[in-house]
Design a protein around this ligand. Sequence first.
Ligand SMILES: O=C(O)[C@H]1NCC[C@@H]1O
Length: 391
Amino acid sequence: MDVFEALLEQNPATTTIKVVDMHTSGEPTRIVVKGYPDLAGDTLLEKRRCAREKHDDIRQRQATLVYIRDILMREPRGHEEMYGAILIAETELTRSGEADIGVLFCHNEGYSTMCGHATIALGRFLVDTRDLDIFPRRNALVYDAEAGTTALRLHAPCGVIHVQVPTDDGHSDASRPVSFLGVPSFTTARNLVVVIPPAVQWPRFRAQQLSEVTVDIAYGGAFYAIVAAAALGFPHGVRDADGTTLAEFDTATAALKKLLSPRKALFAHPTEPDLEFLYGVIVVEKARPGELGLCFFADQQIDRSPTGSGVMARVALAVDQGRLQIGEGRNYESVVSLGSEGNGFRGTAVEKLPQGVIVKVEGRAFYTGASSFIAEEHDTMPNGFIVGLPA
Ligand SMILES: O=C(O)[C@H]1NCC[C@@H]1O
């Protein structure tokens, strides 16, 4: 019996959850491997709805699902910027043979519809795991000896993501990037002018006597507003943003998101109403060196990675703008990945379909640890908390 099991025997826990932690360009993915309860629903989106709806109960009634998500995402076991992946062994597409496994992504506010950085991390983990309780179809994955990669079809809420995982001797090879082909990505608005009412203007914007911001809206498994830093009143871009500037970017992007979110027509999805919402705002450098971006998503989390789904959206936008041709790729960086060789993502426009552009995203992920989390029976703060946010 290890020291942790011995402790548990003395102090019975209400909940025990096992996770594997990874990072992709610095952005964490906490992969829940044991202890997450079954979700009601036949389809992955129904299961996502189940997780979300219970969430609304939680603040009053402590529904189990959110209680568990809070344990993993919030302090003291997680932190405000934590990101989670909950594996769903059976979905309608695993049953039909179109996918190998399903996943729900979670963050500080709820459950997202697409996540590129977590897909890259999951690619490695799902090739490496041998636990068939976690991944029942693991042994059906197909290895391509010539390419040295294993193919994985991940059912995310936005659709099936085709992942290629570099593999060496049956294990993922951390020295080469994981790549994936996303769902069709498309633009819904270009050069949209948003008037910023004086009451919500941020100091730098007001100081320059600006009154409106031009944005593009694009979908890459989730909807993003893409805006140049200069348009928000930051002519020096995002690369040298210090704490004060980041706080002001936070205010600016939150204001923009609030103004845009009610405009439902901008977030129209051809088939799935559950995908119709503005997930994040990506502030990009005007001169676009290395396509640097700063992404605020969910409840203003800052993505440490260059945002895989955001890269899908930005590549689709660049194709529509004529800045990128099919077959061409670009490097994408975040303020964290910038400066370290090979730490960013690469996005390539692979194919143009009637539904949108198929984008290939490449990036690298690494294991950072594995943990068992518990909440003791007598824990006085079992739900966790985030300093500065309501409990
Ligand atoms: O890489 C991505 O697509 C994700 N990273 C955090 C926010 C997005 O979901």
